[in-house]
Design a protein around this ligand. Structure first.
Ligand code: CS2
Ligand code: MG
Length: 410
C-alpha cells in the first residue's frame, strides 16, 4: 500500500477545520485532523510545504516508522504546529490500515474495553437561571456528566459562556471561543471576583441537582498556584469530578503546591503536545486526568504512549473534545478511548449542522455514552464538494487584560 496522494483540505462550515486526506495506490483513503484553533494556516503550510512531499511513495502501512521519521527528521521537535501535523498523518494512516483490515479502528487497537464512553457536555450561563436551564437542557440531551461554567459578576465576558447571540433554533448551543474577524477580542479578567463567586455557583448547583451528578469545571489556566490551591479547597464540599487547567502548567512543579492543599481531582494537558510535557506531573501523581486530544498530541500512536505511561500511575484519560477538534479528531479519540483500559471521561461539544454536512460521521451518542460506531476505519468521510462551499475565514481566540491593563492568561 503506497501513498500516492496527500491533500490538505481547509473548510469553514461553522468554524475553520484543517483535514489531511491520504490516498494509496490501491484507492484506500484515510483522514486526519490538523486543526489548531486560531493558527490553522500554520499547520496547513507545515503539511503542504514540508510534510506532503515526504509522504508520497512511502509505505502507508509503516505507521510507527513514519511517525519517528517525521518527528526526528524535522530536527525541530515538539510544539503545537509540528505535533498537529504529525497527528494528522498518523491518524490518516491508522484509518487506512483499519480499512485495509476491514475493521473499525478500535478493533485494530486491541478491541473494545467498554460498551461506550461516558461523555460530558458543556452547560453554561451568565446568570444562575440560565445556567440551571443549560444543565437541564444537557440532561435532556442524555448527558450523565456536565461541565459547569458561569458568568462572574463584574466581568463583561468570560470563557465558556455560550451566548444566546450565537444561538439559532435547531442549532447546537455550544460556546465557540474563536471569533471570526481581523483581530482577537479583548476580554476582562479579575481573579478575586472569580474565586469569590465560583464556590457559590457549585453550592447552588449541588442544592438544585443533588450530590450524584458528576460536575466538572475549567479554570482555563488563569490562576497562580496558590490561588489554584485555594479554589480546589473551596470546591471540595461540592465533590467535583475534576477541576481543569487550574494553573498554567509550563511549570509542572506548580502542581505540587496545589496538591499539598486540596484533594479536588485535577485535569491538565489540552495544550500539551508530547509525553515529555507530562513526565513530572504523571511521575509525581500531580494530576488525575490526561486532557490531551489525539489531534494536538502527535496522533493515536503518541497519545497512546502518553496514556500507557499515565496508566502506571492510575491516571486516566479525559480527552479534549471541543468544537475545534474536528469530527475526524473526535472519532480518533473515540476509537482510542474504547480500546485503552484507563479511560476516564470524554469531552463532547457538538458540531454545527453545516459541519455535520461536510463530515459524514458514524459515531453515536446514546444515553450519555459515545461509541465510535462499527464502520471500517475511523468511520468518518469528508464531502470535498460540500467542504469547498465554505472557504477559510480568519478567526482568533480572545485574550485577557486585567483592570490595570496587564495581559493575562485567557
Ligand atoms: C476548552 C476549550 O474545551 C475546553 O476544555 O479549554 O474550549 C479551549 O478553550 C479551546 O479548545 C481552545 O481552542
Ligand atoms: Mg479546557
Amino acid at each position: 500500500m503506497i501513498i500516492e496522494q496527500a491533500d490538505v483540505i481547509v473548510t469553514s462550515p461553522d468554524r475553520n477545520f484543517v483535514t489531511l486526506k491520504i490516498t494509496t495506490d490501491d484507492g484506500l483513503t484515510g483522514l486526519g485532523d490538523a486543526t489548531l484553533n486560531g493558527r490553522e494556516l500554520s499547520v496547513v503550510s507545515y503539511l503542504r510545504d514540508h510534510v506532503v512531499p515526504l509522504l508520497i511513495g512511502r509505505d502507508a502501512g509503516a505507521i510507527e516508522d513514519t511517525w519517528q521519521f517525521l518527528y526526528r527528521s524535522a530536527y525541530w521537535r515538539r510544539g503545537p504546529v509540528t505535533m498537529a501535523a504529525i497527528a494528522a498523518v498518523d491518524v490518516a494512516l491508522w484509518d487506512i490500515k483499519a480499512k485495509a483490515a476491514s475493521m473499525p479502528l478500535y478493533e485494530l487497537l486491541g478491541g473494545a474495553s467498554r460498551r461506550g464512553l461516558l461523555a460530558y457536555g458543556h452547560a453554561s450561563g451568565g446568570t444562575r437561571e440560565a445556567l440551571f436551564d443549560s444543565i437541564r437542557d444537557h440532561q435532556e440531551q442524555g448527558f450523565k456528566a456536565i461541565r459547569v461554567q458561569s458568568g462572574v459578576p463584574g466581568l463583561k465576558s468570560i470563557y465558556g459562556i455560550a451566548s444566546d447571540a450565537t444561538y439559532s433554533e435547531g442549532e447546537t448551543h455550544e460556546y465557540e471561543p474563536a471569533q471570526r474577524g481581523a483581530l482577537p477580542h479583548e476580554e476582562d479578567w479579575d481573579t478575586g471576583s472569580y474565586l469569590r463567586h465560583i464556590p457559590t455557583v457549585f453550592e447552588a448547583v449541588r442544592n438544585e441537582f443533588g450530590p450524584e451528578l458528576p460536575l466538572l469545571h475549567d479554570a482555563h489556566h488563569r490562576l497562580s498556584p496558590i490561588q489554584a490551591a485555594r479554589l480546589g479547597k473551596s470546591l471540595e464540599p461540592y465533590d467535583l469530578f475534576w477541576l481543569e487547567d487550574v494553573t498554567p502548567a509550563e511549570n509542572q512543579e506548580a502542581l505540587r503546591l496545589v496538591r499539598r492543599h486540596t484533594t479536588t481531582p485535577l485535569a491538565i494537558g489540552e495544550i500539551f503536545n508530547t509525553v515529555w510535557d507530562y513526565q513530572q506531573i504523571v511521575r509525581e501523581q500531580l494530576i488525575d486526568y490526561v486532557r490531551s486530544s489525539v489531534t494536538h498530541t502527535g496522533g493515536i500512536s503518541h497519545l497512546k504512549k502518553v496514556l500507557d505511561y499515565a496508566a502506571q500511575y492510575q491516571i486516566k484519560s479525559g480527552m479534549h473534545g471541543p468544537t475545534d477538534v474536528s469530527p475526524v479528531g473526535m472519532a480518533a479519540a473515540l476509537h482510542l478511548g474504547l480500546a485503552i483500559h484507563n479511560f476516564g471521561i470524554q469531552e463532547y461539544m457538538q458540531h454545527g449542522a453545516r459541519t455535520n454536512e461536510v463530515f459524514d460521521q458514524s459515531f453515536t451518542f446514546t444515553d450519555g455514552l459515545l461509541h465510535a460506531g462499527d464502520a471500517v476505519g475511523l468511520g468518518v468521510e469528508l464531502d470535498t464538494d460540500e467542504a469547498g462551499r465554505y472557504p477559510y475565514e480568519r478567526a482568533y481566540l480572545p485574550y485577557n487584560r486585567l483592570a490595570d491593563g496587564t495581559v493575562h492568561d485567557w
